[in-house]
Design a protein. Structure first.
Length: 125
């Protein structure tokens, strides 16, 4: 079994699917204790993937603190964000769980932003 990072901000879990293009995208922790790409806006995310593992390899996930994310659209400072259907960060809408707040803006899709992750997902009403 691969070594695990278990400090207060990071976790290490095996990738349950090909995440070689998943760096800085939201991921979920599935019932098999493996990581999958967040692919629904209603997903409750585990955190943001920090590397790009293939299936069965160890993925490092930022679960709290600040992290870089790939933007789905332009993101402004202080907007709440959650996953888009491709794991990118989008402005959270009322049907999803916000996972963080933007602290460094992005200008367009695929730009990098910085968010402060919430310790837990926050349901929006």
């Amino acid at each position: 079994m691969p070594s695990c990072i278990n400090d207060s901000d990071y976790r290490s879990k095996l990738a349950g699917e090909d995440l070689t293009s998943g760096q800085y995208l939201f991921v979920t922790l599935e019932t098999d204790d493996q990581l999958d790409l967040a692919d629904a806006i209603t997903d409750i995310t585990y955190g943001v993937l920090q590397n790009n593992p293939d299936t069965g390899e160890a993925g490092t996930v930022k679960v709290s603190g600040e992290t870089v994310v790939v933007s789905k659209t332009a993101l402004a400072v202080n907007q709440f964000v959650g996953p888009a259907t491709d794991g990118k960060a989008q402005v959270a809408v009322s049907t999803q769980y916000a996972r963080g707040r933007v602290v460094k803006a992005s200008g367009a899709e695929d730009d990098l932003a910085v968010i402060q992750l919430f310790d837990t997902a926050v349901a929006l009403a």
